[in-house]
Design a protein around this ligand. Structure first.
Ligand code: CP3
Length: 346
């Protein structure tokens, strides 16, 4: 194992003291950087995600350019479905070759064999760790079973997710079983990443916002809980759960089994901190601010740093960086977070 030169992210996630607040940005690899766009002219999304050298290059780009304190693996929440027999393309959003529905599950879908199917994932991570050379930790990830199910059932992105919500509300038990089946596959996908050497993992529940608080407790959270409970990880290995738009179920989220919770920008970080003092929190700058002026960005950064006081905090945006964000503004946010938190002058 390569020793880490910058372990701020890991220290903060574990509730240990840090010299400055660590920051990384969701979707930092593959949206705002001109060097990413240039590379994508010659290679498809899937090619980059499957090729160790290209994957390592793109994953490392934001570390070189933005000075973030962690890298996130270049991959996608839908890639595990390839080994389940569902092909896809990205155009730029995911388009799946077939849709699944009631009756689908272990009887009709292939259960991936991690060692054979996901050798490429292992190799991408090893190549990335080598290229990072211990500068910062590497974060692995998966989608929540519920969020991945949304795409598999509706066949790609959707406004109303009609297929998913129809299945969920006509055959709730069958839907839950399907989520648990997906969860088994996703736990294997995460374990491959962990065994290959990622330093932390995040579960993205991007469509949790579709669910009522009761729906969260009935469908998404139990399936995430099963994944997190079966990971073979050291006691201090950071696991993050992030469910944007689901701020009304934070209490239930805090019991999902993740060691850190990600917050979107619609919730008040100070209020959340006052309720969950011992829970490491990640977030939650409005990504829209990065389209704004320097003064607005600085005020926003200061306010997040202030609101986070009194507990463990990893700075992040409240959701993915918006593709049209000027890259200088992303650089500015990183510099400000480090400077202001280091001075303790927020
Ligand atoms: O920077 C990173 O975080 C890199 C890795 C990453 C990608 N997708 C690469 C990608 C991560 C963590 C994801 C997660 C992901 N994928 C989520 C959860 C995060 C979130 O934003 O809520 C979701 C919902 C998806 C599904 C998905 N994949 C969508 C909706 C799209 C459309 C385009 C987009 O950028 O959102 C994709 C394609 C995709 N995944 C791209 C990238 C870099 C764009 C491909 C390209 O045109 O280069």
């Amino acid at each position: 194992m390569i020793a880490l030169a910058n372990d701020r992210f890991l220290r903060a996630a574990r509730g240990q003291e840090v010299d400055a607040t660590p920051i990384w940005m969701m979707r930092q690899a593959g949206r705002v950087l001109p060097e990413y766009r240039a590379l994508r002219k010659d290679h498809s999304f899937l090619e980059v995600a499957h090729d160790p050298a290209l994957c390592a290059e793109v994953t490392t780009q934001p570390v070189d350019r933005l000075n973030v304190d962690a890298a996130i693996l270049f991959s996608d929440i839908l890639l595990p479905a390839e080994a389940m027999g569902i092909g896809m393309r990205f155009d730029p959003g995911p388009k799946l070759d077939r849709q699944v529905g009631p009756g689908d599950g272990p009887a009709t879908m292939r259960r991936p064999r991690p060692k054979e199917d996901w050798t490429y994932l292992h190799d991408c991570i090893q190549a990335t760790l080598k290229r990072l050379d211990g500068r910062v930790p590497l974060i692995g990830f998966c989608g929540s079973p519920f969020t991945v199910a949304c795409y598999l059932i509706d066949g790609g992105g959707s406004k109303n997710w009609v297929g998913t919500r129809r299945w969920m509300n006509t055959d709730p038990e069958g839907f839950r079983e399907f989520l648990f089946f997906l969860g088994e596959c996703l736990a294997d996908w995460l374990q491959v990443q962990i065994d290959a050497g990622v330093h932390a993992v995040q579960v993205f529940d991007s469509w949790a916002s579709l669910l009522s608080p009761a729906g969260m407790e009935r469908f998404s959270l139990p399936a995430v809980n099963r994944i997190l409970n079966q990971l073979k990880i050291p006691d201090d290995f950071p696991t993050i759960y992030f469910a944007p738009g689901a701020g009304t179920s934070l209490r239930a989220q805090s019991r999902v089994g993740a060691r850190m919770i990600g917050l979107d920008w619609r919730v008040n970080l100070r209020t959340v901190r006052s309720v969950f003092q011992d829970l490491p929190l990640q977030g939650n700058l409005d990504p829209g601010l990065l389209l704004g002026s320097e003064a607005e960005i600085e005020a926003g950064v200061r306010s997040v740093l202030q609101d986070a006081q009194g507990g463990a905090h990893v700075f992040n945006l409240g959701h993915g960086v918006i593709p049209e964000t000027p890259v200088e503004n992303a650089e500015l946010v990183v510099r400000l977070v480090h400077e202001i938190s280091r001075e303790g002058a927020q």
